[in-house]
Design a protein around this ligand. Structure first.
Ligand code: NAP
Length: 324
């Protein structure tokens, strides 16, 4: 691969990256995809690898297991000739053409690149939190993905965070839960005024309840979560709050460290697309798809949609330069 110049390289293998692969492969661009190795934040299969059941992806009326769905995406990408490298990209050169993309064992040159490195949900960093998330024990970083699961119906749930996401996820969960506790480390919300109004209305109706000035210091339960241990930030006092689900809403971090100084980002680090809905970035020939450029929708189906768009944009850009 060293001497040859790839038509298009795709970085990332979540729904955006693999959909871009499928479309690029079917357009005879013979895409090469760095699918990541889960070392530098790039997770093969993306965030859905941490999801138990996906019930909102169209075409799966009975729901589908997240990792199983990503396996199917991958298989479909390979079926049309995508080549996959299971390594993290650690360096790119988008200043000189053709572009250079480097992983541990591969240095690849490419005319066009699609960046689909996603965003990672921020976690509290507690050992039991990750364990119970990975085992499907009731800890999740996506209420829209997991909230409607039968295990959470009519149960007490906890959302942690005080921003728009926390309110949005919390209010979504009230459709299923008995009550949703919002645990926030301060006594004032960061969320927008409209979201705060929504929150306090739900509090009035007994659907949500704030737990102010509290941090979560442990997640309790063996197979499934039974509660969270709270610490009052003013007094240091600890107490346990029983719950059947914990939803993290303490922000996301886009995986854009690799492109710092080259690709334009907004103040939160998400890639900027100068001509939406087009997927091109500020560097000609570099396109972006999925959560790496989207802090608003962040759904598998929207990521897949923009992956398709990026592949079509890349194909047209290459064709415009006589590279077909
Ligand atoms: P955010 O605005 O950054 O809020 C993160 C929240 O988590 C903050 O309240 C923060 O507390 C808390 N937090 C951060 N680290 C924590 C930790 N280690 N332990 C406990 N709490 C922690 O993130 P977001 O809510 O995901 O929103 C991100 C962006 O998307 C925002 O611009 C938001 O407006 C937008 N968004 C919009 C909508 C909508 O309009 N429908 C929905 C979702 C998101 P502090 O407040 O103390 O810092």
């Amino acid at each position: 691969m060293a001497d040859q110049v790839e038509k298009v390289v795709i970085i990332g293998s979540g729904p955006a990256g693999l959909t871009a692969c499928i479309y690029a492969a079917r357009a005879a661009l013979q895409p090469l995809c760095f699918e990541g190795y889960n070392a530098g934040g790039l997770i093969p299969g993306g965030q859905l690898m941490f999801t138990t059941e996906v019930e909102n992806y169209p075409g799966f009326p009975d729901g589908v297991d997240g990792p199983k769905m990503m396996k199917a995406f991958r298989k479909q990408a390979e079926r049309f000739g995508t080549r996959l490298i299971t390594q993290d990209v650690y360096e790119v050169d988008f200043r000189n053409r053709p572009f250079t993309i480097k992983s541990d064992d591969h240095t690849v040159r490419a005319h066009a690149v699609i960046v689909a490195t996603g965003a990672r949900a921020n976690w509290l960093g507690l050992p039991n939190e990750k364990r119970l998330a990975e085992s499907g024990g009731g800890v999740s970083a996506c209420a829209v993905c997991d909230g409607a699961l039968p295990a959470f119906r009519n149960q007490d749930l906890v959302v942690v965070g005080g921003g728009d996401s926390a309110i949005e996820e919390g209010s979504y969960l009230t459709k299923f839960a008995r009550k949703v506790y919002l645990v926030h480390r301060r006594d004032q919300l960061r969320a927008s005024k409209a979201m705060q109004e929504r929150f306090f209305k739900l509090v009035e109706h007994g659907k949500m309840e704030p737990v102010w000035n509290a941090t979560i210091v442990d997640v309790l339960g063996e197979q499934t979560i039974s509660g969270v241990r709270l610490k009052d930030v003013r007094t240091g006092e600890q107490r346990d709050l029983p719950c059947r689900g914990l939803f993290l809403a303490i922000g996301h971090t886009p995986n854009t460290e690799l492109f710092k100084g080259v690709l334009d980002t907004d103040d939160k680090g998400y890639l900027k697309l100068p001509n939406p809905p087009g997927t091109r970035t500020n560097v000609e020939g570099v396109f972006a798809a999925g959560d790496v450029a989207d802090h608003v929708y962040r759904q598998a189906v929207t990521a897949a949609g923009t992956g398709c768009m990026a592949a079509i944009d890349a194909e047209r850009w290459l064709a415009g330069r006589g590279i077909e």
